[in-house]
Design a protein around this ligand. Sequence first.
Ligand code: ZN
Ligand code: ZN
Length: 138
Amino acid sequence: MKKQAPSNYQEYLKSEHWSETKENYYAKKGYECRICTSDKKLNLHHRQYSDKEGSILNREKNFHLYGLCSSCHSLWHNLYGDKKLTLKYIMRIRRLLEMGAVKKQAFCLVTQGEAYRNILKAIKSRNKTGTVVERLSP
Ligand SMILES: [Zn+2]
Ligand SMILES: [Zn+2]
């Protein structure tokens, strides 16, 4: 499955179809970041660029997309490039943020199963200190 954005992607983002797709997505899914619930500077992230039938551009469904604020969106791509942002990772980041983790550290930890579980345990047992995330992160 092709994960990288196609070469004409920037052009596509200017198309009429894409702005309709965006409007439709936000109308149905709500105008907020799926990770941190911010409603500032939202981007629509493609979960994938193609499926069995080829490129999904011009025929995206809402489930191909995630609304993300520009901060969460660029953090993900800066850290992980084109790695697939799964619902599991989103739920993990949300959980860490809710427990007071620093955003960048929450993003760093979610793909590391064991480190993630350890940090969760540490936060739970010392939920008040606030510094535990910093001390324990790799
Ligand atoms: Zn966000
Ligand atoms: Zn993206």
